[in-house]
Design a protein around this ligand. Structure first.
Ligand SMILES: [Zn+2]
Length: 149
């Protein structure tokens, strides 16, 4: 087991089954060199927006227009932590190192951990998983030669 911030010498992004691609520079993020994160502020903003939307569009019957106007889920960011891409994460970030989701097993473990948070459903973690499964080439995506099992 290798701790974050101490990647083994020579460990490159190509060694995992999955690549973490940086939102800012679109290059793979090596283990220990970046994070996957959302901020508490983004979650709070989403919560407020949902509350407002529910008041504007009381249920249970809602129009298609109302449903389409629903606030989008909070997007998970994947970034290098050097200044050119993200720099220091906000103090309120819920973050984990990319090394935790460089294998399918790691991604499953991380999903199980995140599921303990009631805010997970407010985020687009499901989209991140779908994109990984479908090899969409965004955020978490299979490394060359490592298609979804
Ligand atoms: Zn980057």
């Amino acid at each position: 087991m290798t701790g974050p911030g101490h990647p083994p010498a020579g460990a490159g992004p190509a060694e995992g089954e999955l690549l973490a691609l940086c939102d800012a520079c679109h290059n793979p993020v090596a283990d220990g060199r970046g994070e996957v994160w959302v901020t508490a502020r983004e979650l709070a903003d989403h919560h407020r927006a949902m509350h407002h939307w529910e008041r504007q569009n009381p249920g249970p019957a809602r129009t298609v227009g109302a449903i389409l106007a629903q606030p989008p889920a909070v997007r998970w960011h994947v970034t290098h932590h050097h200044a050119a891409c993200a720099g220091l994460l906000p103090a309120d970030a819920h973050a984990f190192g990319v090394e935790h989701c460089r294998t399918w097993a790691g991604l499953a473990d991380r999903t199980r951990l995140l599921a303990g948070h009631d805010w997970l459903a407010d985020t687009d973690w499901d989209t991140l998983l779908d994109d990984a499964r479908n090899g969409a080439g965004r955020r978490i995506t299979p490394a060359p030669g490592h298609h979804a099992p």
